[in-house]
Structure formats: structure tokens, C-alpha cells
Design a protein around this ligand. Structure first.
Ligand SMILES: [Zn+2]
Ligand SMILES: [Zn+2]
Length: 475
């Protein structure tokens, strides 16, 4: 083992598919499955003796009397000097980048019926892709060579793509202070007591920005950033801190989150009201885009997560009647009498009978049902929930050059999704792409996707919610 990460919760073994998406030395023997990783973001004191020797002998730029004979060689020669890394490493990893991009293009054309020119990188974007690839390391993303958008490349004696010392945050995330900005000025209610603290800032402003993903992977911000910085890769973390999601956008974080908020709040609302009532109060049929959003793990998770539901209810207390109440042990008889009562009163309610049935051992009280009907008679759903409520914490992970294209963003996004193992991304896991290519016929299709979200019990979303005293519905 050349290096053992102290960050990652599960160490990556050399047989892992993730190795195929990490930068490596050309001395690697692909056939015998021996890959000598580059470890560009690992400080020298953390490496094994062999890895240190490899870096010192083969890692750095070496001057030569040869002159480049074509554009590609000229590019490799100049990058080798600029990043102080050997030409052979650059050439070898350039090929790796190309093959990953080609694999992604093939998959996307097949899966989304897009055209080749929508998916391919512009010629001069390959060196940006390579710059990122070399510095998205086994447990840390640290683009120390970044020189655009106000970044100052690290200056040490032996300036290089290889870390000599422990990488650390260098750039700040600053408030933009515009009145219309939802990150600087969240427009939801001020917290009233201690456990609502989390509501205030979903973005951590301040210097030395870095982010620790759920699986332990670390990213270090590569440029100065504000809420208005565009062309970014960002991460959303559920307040339960069990799951996360990586996205890419040409927009700013604030504008992009507006989109996530709209769908997130709508989907929690529809989950609580249930499909029958949702279609009854909806003005128009759902578009294809909306249906796609409905099935995204990112939004589905919020409806299965009691901490996200608590955030939603703290902001929108008019939805408390839709939260079923747990049966007391001595209440089983009462629950039974509820059933017989409900047969009698089934004509009494216009709406309450059509909400989703409560999970086992939960029920709706009579006074809840009255409140549910009142909710619809008063058309409270017309101006609630608050569409500006955030259901996820957010951070910028990487900032791309201003002219970066969507395919370049998707390539960097996919590398980060793969190494951070985000549970809420459906697309982007390159390791799954590779393993499904090779063993397509003997893998059960749904093994990975279904286990992650549905392993919890069906009542978990309404467990341990803390109700305000005026929302305790007695039967
Ligand atoms: Zn702002
Ligand atoms: Zn959660």
C-alpha cells in the first residue's frame, strides 16, 4: 500500500473500479492490474518509500533538447513545464482522460439520445479536463495549479502539481450582500427556539473553504467565490448528514438553488397531500420535465427523511395535520374505535379520506381530519408551502473557467461523483458505467439503486418529529 487515507471512511482497495478514474504513472501495468497512482495531493511524508522514489525519479518535469513536432506535443511540452510534471505522465493520463470522456459520450448518446457534438469537449478544453483529472486524487480534490478567476497558484520553491505539504483551504466564500440574494438573506422565518438554529445559513461563508463529503472525501475550493459566481460544481447535503448530491451549473449557486427549492418543496407537499388530492387541486397536467424531477433521488429523499420533514414543518406549520400520529400502546382499542368511527364519518369529510393512509401503528385523529378539510376549504395550498425554503445545505466545490462548456462541467462532476460516492446522484457514477459495461448480463439491474433509499422502515419519515404544542391533535 503506497498510501492509506485517513479521511475516507472506507479505504479504496487497488482492485476497486475507482482506480480506473484516478491519475497514475505510466509505469502502471494495466494487464496485471497493478496501477501506480499519482497521489498528486498527498504530501510526501504520507507516502510509502517506493511512492516517494517514484515521484522523485519519474514525477517531475525534465528538460530536453527535443523539439515538439506538432500541436499536441507542443501542448504537452508547455503543460509539463507549467505544472512541473513529466511529459510521460501527461501523455499517459491524457489518454486516460480521452477514454473516460469517450465512455461518457457513448453512454449519454445511448441513454439520452443526444448528438455527438452536444457531448464532446472542444479541442482546447482537453487540457482543462486534464488539469482537473490530475488533481482529483484518491481522497482530496485540490486544484493547486488554478490560475484563473482571481486564483493565485501556490508558490513554493519547487512549484509543482505534487503536494509537498498538507493541502489546506486557501479561498473564501464571501456574501454578495445583494438584497435579492436568498443565500445572504434567507427568506424564511426567524428561528424561535434552540433546535431551529440550522435554518439560518445553509451556506457556510468565510475563509479557507473546504468541504468534507459524507464518505470522507475532501474538496478544497480552487478560486475566490461569492453567491453570484457562475459555472460551478456544487454539493447539497441533507440536514440528516447521511446523504449528499453533486450538481453542475452554468448559473450561480443562488439561482440554481431556486430551482431545487421549487421542486423540493413541491414534492414534499405532494407527498403529504397524496396523489389523489394533488391531481384534484392541480390546474394542469405535469410536464415531462416535472415527472423526471419527481423521480429524482434528491427530492425523494426529503420525503423519507424526518429531519428534512421537520425543516419543512417548522416553516409551514399548516401541514402538521397531514402528519399521522403514533398509536399509544394502550390506544390500540381506541385506534380500533377510530376505524369504526371512520366508517360512520366517511361522508363527513371531503378531503381527509383521500390523504395517503398512515404507516402501520400510525393514525389520523378526528380533529386532524377536520383540520385537513379546513386546509382545503380555505385553499391554504394556494400560497404555501414557502417556495424559498431550503431543504439542503449547500456549498461550492469547484469553480470552472468562465468559458467552460457543459460537457467539461459534466466530466469534472462525474469524477467527483465517482470518488465522493454521493448517494443521491443517479447519473455520473463512472464506476457503475464501467462495471455494467463488462458484466452487464450477470448483474441484477436494481441491486444498487433500490437498496440505498428503501432500506429504512416506511414510517421513519414521521418518527421523532417535534410538534409545537398548538399542533398536538387529540382524538
Ligand atoms: Zn448573496
Ligand atoms: Zn436526510
Amino acid at each position: 500500500m503506497d498510501y492509506r487515507s485517513s479521511l475516507l471512511k472506507r479505504p479504496v482497495s487497488s482492485s476497486s473500479v475507482r482506480y480506473s478514474f484516478l491519475p497514475a504513472y505510466p509505469t502502471s501495468d494495466n494487464r496485471r492490474n497493478i496501477l501506480h497512482l499519482l497521489f498528486s495531493n498527498v504530501q510526501i511524508s504520507q507516502l510509502s518509500r517506493q511512492a516517494v522514489e517514484r515521484r522523485l525519479e519519474h514525477g517531475y518535469h525534465q528538460s530536453t533538447f527535443l523539439t515538439p513536432i506538432n500541436d499536441h506535443e507542443r501542448l504537452i511540452f508547455s503543460l509539463s513545464r507549467r505544472w512541473n510534471i513529466s511529459k510521460e505522465i501527461l501523455e499517459y493520463n491524457f489518454q486516460r482522460v480521452m477514454s473516460i470522456i469517450n465512455m461518457m459520450i457513448k453512454h449519454r448518446i445511448h441513454h439520452f439520445s443526444t448528438q455527438y457534438n452536444q457531448e464532446n469537449l472542444l479541442e482546447d478544453h482537453y487540457s482543462m479536463a486534464l488539469e482537473f483529472f490530475l488533481q482529483i486524487d484518491i481522497d482530496t480534490f485540490y486544484l493547486k495549479t488554478c490560475s484563473y478567476r482571481g486564483a493565485i497558484p501556490e508558490s513554493n520553491v519547487l512549484q509543482s502539481i505534487f503536494c509537498l505539504t498538507e493541502p489546506e483551504g486557501r479561498y473564501a466564500m464571501e456574501k454578495c450582500n445583494q438584497i435579492s440574494c436568498c443565500l445572504c438573506h434567507p427568506s424564511y422565518k426567524t428561528p424561535t427556539d434552540h433546535h431551529h438554529h440550522h435554518h439560518r445559513t445553509i451556506v457556510q461563508f468565510g475563509p479557507n473553504q473546504q468541504h468534507l463529503f459524507i464518505n470522507g472525501y475532501r474538496s478544497i475550493l480552487n478560486c475566490p467565490a461569492t453567491c453570484t459566481t457562475r459555472n460551478i460544481i456544487y454539493v447539497l447535503t441533507c440536514p440528516c448528514h447521511q446523504v449528499d448530491y453533486i450538481g453542475e451549473t452554468s448559473l450561480s449557486l443562488d439561482n440554481r438553488l431556486a430551482y431545487h427549492r421549487t421542486h423540493g418543496n413541491r414534492i414534499v407537499q405532494e407527498f403529504l397531500l397524496g396523489p389523489i388530492i394533488t391531481s384534484r387541486i392541480q390546474q394542469e397536467l405535469k410536464s415531462f420535465e416535472v415527472l423526471v424531477k419527481d423521480s429524482m433521488k434528491l427530492y425523494q429523499h426529503s420525503t423519507h427523511c424526518s429531519i428534512a420533514i421537520q425543516w419543512f414543518l417548522d416553516e409551514n406549520p399548516e401541514y402538521w395535520p397531514f402528519i399521522p400520529i403514533q398509536n399509544q400502546n394502550d390506544q390500540n382499542n381506541e385506534a380500533l374505535s377510530e376505524v369504526s368511527k371512520s366508517i360512520v364519518e366517511s361522508n363527513q369529510f371531503q378531503y381527509a379520506n383521500d390523504v395517503p393512509s398512515p404507516p402501520p401503528n400510525y393514525h389520523f385523529t378526528h380533529s386532524q381530519k377536520i383540520e385537513i378539510d379546513r386546509f382545503f376549504h380555505e385553499k391554504k395550498y394556494l400560497n404555501s408551502p414557502n417556495q424559498k425554503l431550503d431543504l439542503y445545505e449547500a456549498a461550492i466545490v469547484a469553480i470552472l473557467p468562465t468559458n467552460a462548456s457543459a460537457p467539461l462541467r459534466r466530466f469534472i462532476e462525474a469524477l467527483l461523483i465517482t470518488h465522493t460516492e454521493t448517494k443521491l446522484n443517479t447519473e455520473g457514477h463512472l464506476d457503475k458505467l464501467l462495471s455494467s459495461n463488462t458484466t452487464e448480463h450477470n448483474l441484477p439491474q436494481s441491486s444498487s439503486s433500490s437498496s440505498s433509499s428503501s432500506s429504512s422502515s416506511s414510517s421513519e419519515w414521521c418518527q421523532n418529529l417535534s410538534r409545537p404544542s398548538n399542533m398536538t391533535f387529540t382524538s
